[in-house]
Design a protein around this ligand. Structure first.
Ligand code: FAD
Length: 406
């Protein structure tokens, strides 16, 4: 695996950096202050081709790799984590699952929405099923040529602004027999029965709505069921495979925030004088800076390695184990790096006149959302030991978690 960027990738990163500095950076503080989803930034991302850049040429995209998208994500995250998360979700997560497992019609639908500026929502978590996601109770009952969905999802990123929704639900046949967990594609504004019942007030990432969705007799045509090759029985495991790209994306947002904080700190320690010299001359701060850079490089390399890996020979998605390790490391390292960068600013770092306090609030999320740092450690340990995740129901455990001796 080569870590040297191609000329095309270097040019993409440069373009993303310029865009982030000129278009995103001036808006970042206001996005945080107002908490409004930044439609102007989304329009600019769309015009620049950063929404849906991983969609294949045949569907109107640019056919770029997840790795290419991560280069853009890091540049956005240095300036504004909300913008970076939009780029993640408009190239990975629900979109990636549909573009891989979907029917021709589903792919065209998803591609058209995202290339038109929609950030898809992925709906897994429920009030009583967070880390234990396979305990979800949202159900989809087959009725002729469609399914009827009822249930509640919460902490859904994009609630109220996303149009394309990929909803995970337990599916039942006409006789009431459970089939397994599947993905159901719904379009807010077209499909009746989706209500936003709550918007969360959050510590950080405030321009991105997080909300609760209630589905009341939401009618989804059978041709909108996202059916992975294993069908419903292994549906959860297969669909979660696609989520590994989003995990690497989330880790990259955290790493990018940290890279942005380190850039701020480097400029500041040369400018700020105490005891008659720039504070960067003090070895106490130099060693902190060196540790920050070392952690950042390690996080970046782990994310790149995960992005370049594959879960299996026929999977386009990163290896779950490497994706988990990269997200654990990057999210935890990023929190320390941003915290240390803020420390170097003294009282100024604590003020909302500078971006450091926003970065610290924003980076805090990444050890929670998309699989907590504890639950991802369970995944890594289960691979090490060759044991099934203790909390996974056998029926939904992906095949690659099976005990080798079984
Ligand atoms: P819980 O599962 O209740 O966990 C509570 C604590 O117990 C955590 O520290 C956890 O690590 C620990 N814990 C739980 N089980 C174990 C175990 N077996 N071993 C060790 N420790 C354990 N969900 C979506 O479906 N779609 C989204 O778009 C989405 N976006 C989100 C955005 C944000 C900003 C946030 C914060 C969350 C989002 N989520 C989303 C939800 C997220 O995936 C869940 O918060 C996460 O999976 C954890 O679930 P929980 O919050 O219910 O915590």
């Amino acid at each position: 695996m080569s870590l040297t960027l191609t000329a095309d990738q270097s040019a993409l990163r440069e373009r993303a950096r310029d865009f982030a500095l000129q278009t995103v950076r001036p808006r970042a503080a206001a996005i945080d202050r107002n908490g409004d989803y930044p439609l102007d930034i989304v329009a600019a991302l769309t015009a620049e081709g950063f929404m849906g850049m991983t969609i294949r040429l045949a569907y109107g995209g640019q056919g770029r790799s997840f790795f290419d998208a991560l280069l853009v994500v890091e540049e956005m995250a240095k300036q504004c984590a909300v913008t970076a998360r939009i780029v993640v979700e408009a190239n990975m997560g629900a979109l990636a699952a549909i573009m891989h497992y979907g029917s021709e019609e589903q792919k065209q639908l998803a591609a058209a929405l995202v290339l038109g500026g929609d950030k898809p929502a992925i709906c897994i978590s429920e009030p009583d099923a967070g880390s234990d996601a396979t305990s979800m109770t949202t159900r989809a009952d087959r009725r002729g040529d469609h399914f009827i969905l009822n249930g509640c999802k919460h902490w859904i990123t994009g609630a109220g602004i996303s149009r394309l929704h990929l909803i995970f639900a337990r599916a039942f046949d006409e006789s009431g027999r459970e089939l397994g967990i599947g993905g159901f594609i719904a379009i807010a504004g077209e499909d009746d029965g989706i209500t936003v019942t709550r918007r969360e007030a959050t510590l950080g990432l405030r321009g991105m709505p997080e909300g609760e969705l209630v589905f009341a007799d939401l009618k989804i045509a059978a041709h909108r069921v996202l059916a992975p090759p294993g069908g419903f029985r292994n549906g959860f495991g297969d669909l979660m495979n696609a989520y590994n790209s989003q995990r690497v994306g989330a880790g990259t947002v955290a790493m990018g925030i940290a890279a942005g904080a380190l850039d701020e700190a480097l400029a500041w320690v040369k400018e700020r004088h105490q005891f008659g010299r720039p504070i960067g001359e003090f070895q106490g701060l130099q060693w902190m800076l060196a540790d920050m850079q070392t952690q950042l490089t390690a996080a970046r390399l782990m994310l790149y390695a995960a992005a370049g890996s594959r879960g299996s020979h026929d999977s386009p998605f990163p290896c779950p184990n490497l994706a988990a390790q990269a997200k654990i490391f990057a999210s935890e390292a990023a929190q320390k790096i941003v915290n240390d960068a803020l420390q170097m600013f003294g009282a100024r770092g604590y003020s909302n006149a500078l971006p450091l306090e926003r970065m610290l609030r924003d980076v805090r999320m990444f050890t929670i959302g998309g699989g907590t740092t504890q639950v991802l450690r369970n995944l890594v340990a289960s691979k090490l030991l060759g044991w099934k995740l203790p909390q996974a129901r056998d029926a939904y455990a992906p095949a690659h978690y099976a005990i080798a001796a079984e």
